[in-house]
Unconditional design. Structure first.
Length: 460
């Protein structure tokens, strides 16, 4: 019903003329400048939470939070502007949720890699993704990775995001008897987190525009008056609300390729994850957003698909140069499409608002984990929606997916989950006489995981 409403809104839009019409084909797509501007603002509101959440997560890798806010905004500005000007699609781009968690908690905290080496990993996968995007290898990879593996990895990352968000806010704590437990409800900070977890999904389900950023802002504001650890308030008041943007000097150009190539075998499984995350996340977003905007061609193909993929890849090279993780097209762009966005002018408007947000970086720096946890819970749940596309009554699908998800969360390690899920899929297919269905990519991935386990065991 929402798609039809958006379509009717587009049809009713007055025709445009002039430079913008020729550049973005406004008349051809039955939209107008004003409609595109409103759509771009709507898209920005739906995804602006990343300006608070991404720095909150990645600062745990030892990076400067203020510089991360700037890097996040600049990466979103660059990617969204490039998407609008080159692909002419109503898709906004920003640092990806999920990949930032893997960057911080798997690569840096678990593997012990320097964050500079992790940035080099992201840039390297961006280069590989760009090569895939500009060649026919893209279609080959899309066909040969089983849906069960793709869905399992995505759901596992979604579950890990929820766990990390709750743990960071103190809502989940260590327990000597049960390993983990819920934090004490005597703590005002824990109560604030619980209120956020209960109320934020209500805003999302009721489709309140900018639900996540509203929730983050409200909890941050309330946190100014709620006692936290050490006698301080949950939220520390900023020195100023507005400040001149600073260059992210501590993160810019800090890529450590020497570490990457010196530890390439250990890094290989995560390189595969980043490539798959970039590729399939972009593919799913493209299909969803262009479908909602009625932009797909009669044969089902996506207009400017190569330009959209190449934009994501280029942004994932520029992002780590600035100091942030994988950059990707956001499914939240559908909010702008429902507001009438049909062209790249929507993405360009969102880019302009990300540029404007650079002047408010002192506000985003003080957002506490209690404010970002509810947003992470919602994002994690959204990443698990792919499970609905899989027949879990078929154990050859269910076992690899569930192993990937549970082992990832229970060991707090994505590689363990990916490895067990992949190896179980291979063994099940071989045991049931379906070995010919296993692609060369999956066989290679199985060998990589076995080699990874061997190398890491020898190093321990």
């Amino acid at each position: 019903m929402e798609d039809r409403t958006a379509s009717n809104a587009s049809s009713a839009a007055p025709p445009s003329s002039g430079f913008l019409d020729r550049t973005f084909h406004l008349s051809e797509r039955a939209t107008s400048v004003s409609q595109e501007l409103i759509a771009g603002a709507t898209t920005f509101a739906a995804m602006a939470y990343i300006l608070a959440v991404n720095p909150s997560i990645m600062s745990n890798a030892g990076m400067d939070r203020g510089d991360l806010v700037i890097a996040t905004a600049l990466a979103a500005f660059f990617g969204s502007a490039m998407m609008g000007l080159w692909a002419n699609l109503p898709l906004a781009v920003a640092p990806a949720m999920g990949s930032n968690v893997i960057f911080t908690y798997v690569i840096v905290k678990q593997m012990g890699a320097p964050w500079q080496g992790a940035l080099a990993m992201v840039a390297f996968t961006g280069i590989v993704f760009l090569i895939l995007s500009l060649s026919k290898l893209r279609e080959k990879v899309a066909k040969e990775v089983p849906e069960a593996l793709k869905i399992g990895i995505q759901a596992a990352v979604g579950t890990l995001i929820v766990f990390i968000g709750l743990r960071g806010a103190g809502f989940i704590v260590a327990n000597p008897s049960t390993y983990i437990a819920m934090g004490s409800l005597k703590s005002p900070a824990v109560l604030l987190t619980m209120v956020g977890i209960l109320l934020t999904p209500v805003l999302v389900v009721r489709k309140v525009p900018g639900a996540l950023i509203i929730a983050v802002a409200a909890i941050t504001l309330v946190g100014l008056f709620v006692p936290g650890a050490g006698g301080k308030m949950v939220t520390t008041a900023p020195a100023s609300l507005v400040a001149w943007p600073k260059w992210p000097a501590s993160t810019f150009g800090q890529l450590d390729f020497k570490w990457l190539f010196g530890n390439f075998l250990i890094a290989l499984p995560l390189l595969f994850y980043f490539i798959c995350a970039e590729f399939f996340s972009t593919l799913g977003t493209l299909i969803g957003v262009t479908g909602a905007a009625n932009l797909r061609r009669p044969d089902g193909s996506i207009p400017s698909a190569t330009a959209a993929f190449a934009t994501d890849a280029t942004a994932s090279i520029v992002g780590p140069i600035l100091g942030t993780s994988v950059v990707t097209a956001y499914i939240e762009s559908i909010a702008g499409v429902q507001a009438g966005g049909r062209t790249g002018l929507t993405a360009l408007t969102a880019a302009a608002l990300f540029a404007l947000a650079l002047f408010f970086w002192p506000i985003f720096v003080i957002v506490p984990p209690q404010a970002t946890a509810p947003a992470l819970v919602v994002v994690g749940v959204l990443m698990m929606q792919g499970l609905a596309r899989i027949d879990l009554t078929d154990l050859s699908n269910a076992i690899p997916i569930v192993l990937t998800l549970l082992v990832t969360v229970l060991t707090n390690n994505l590689i363990n989950g990916m490895a067990l899920g992949t190896l179980s899929l291979i063994l099940i297919f071989v045991a049931t006489g379906r070995a010919r269905e296993i692609s060369a990519i999956v066989w290679g991935l199985g060998i990589v995981f076995l080699a990874f386990f061997y190398v890491t065991t020898m190093l321990m």
